[in-house]
Design a protein around this ligand. Sequence first.
Ligand SMILES: Cc1ncc(COP(=O)(O)O)c(C=O)c1O
Length: 393
Amino acid sequence: MQSISLAERTNALKQSDIRAVTQQVNAVDGINLGQGICDLPTPEPIRERTRQAVTDDQSIYSHYAGIAPLRQAILQKAQSYNDLPATDIDEVMVSVGSTGAFVTAAMALLEAGDEVILFEPFYGYHRNILELTGATIRYVPLSGPGDTLDTEALERAINENTKAVIVTTPVNPSGKVWARHELETLLDLMQQHDLVAITDEIYEYMLYDDHEHVSLASLPGAYERTITLSGFSKSYNVTGWRMGYAVAPPHLIEKMGLLNDLFYICAPRPLQHGLLAALEDLGDEYIAQMQSDYAARRQMLCETLEAIGFDVPWPEGAYYVLADFAPLQATHDGFENDKAACQTLVQDAHVASVTGRSFYQHPEDGRTKLRFCFAKELPILKQACTQLRTALA
Ligand SMILES: Cc1ncc(COP(=O)(O)O)c(C=O)c1O
């Protein structure tokens, strides 16, 4: 068939390696620690309220920024947990996942000629969505747990075209949690250069070893130049429901809301009613339990990776480990680079991971790294750890 010429914006888009590795691991009936898919059950109160919403036939479009009670509940959460100075539901927009909110934020702010700062290792969707806006991305390294922001590198990346900066905390893939002093330094530069931040705080409740989640927008003077994004996917095990939100000053939310209306009309209405249960019925106890469950999983996976020879920066937050297999290269075959190592683990341990190159502008920078996700049912994670230990004994 004659090929049709497509828009230039699609040129850089390609299927990520993750899907191919998923197929390979499925073919050997293995365990997928690659994709950031959480296989834990959705809490019953959320399912119950959603069933009720369907029974009550809550089926027509909602307001494009979401139903008022959900926006109100998100506003209260943003005030109490994130310490944001938001005061009204016109500062809250519900969208189709935090990804939907990210798309509207990026489209509202950025266009060709603008520059945007992205820290690496980065989350691939951020890079690809930013590319679609036509803006130029400047990459600034931010290694991982324990490492601090390189202020000089950040300053070098800023010029008169820089408009925005993307801040993910906790970071997927490295597990770094931004410290308050780093956010203060960033804010200083944002104010000097008149920049806006889009934050992605989807892992805000997944914290270890007393690490504190600080929202950039809670710092004095930051709220007016920050779009804060989060969502329900990760904290409430509803990744497939596609429900997330943005909190920002009203003039930003107004335009983002209009874009949200254009792209999606609204987030799925019965699920909006159902997720009220997340904010109203599942309180501190639920979060504390989740944190201790993930801490146990983190320990199991990190100890396993260390035992088989990886260099493991233990994540401070989120549910991924970006581990370095360089020490294994001297003792094992099949670890020449990240692609080879990923293949070796699928073949020998029947465990999937993600190649380090997926998180860097230059594939070389992720050459000796693999990302593992530990959001798995405990017996499955245990089995994966056993398989890794057996294969690399
Ligand atoms: C950093 C980050 N942001 C956003 C998402 C997706 O969030 P949502 O399901 O709310 O679109 C993910 C999923 O892996 C993620 O890792």
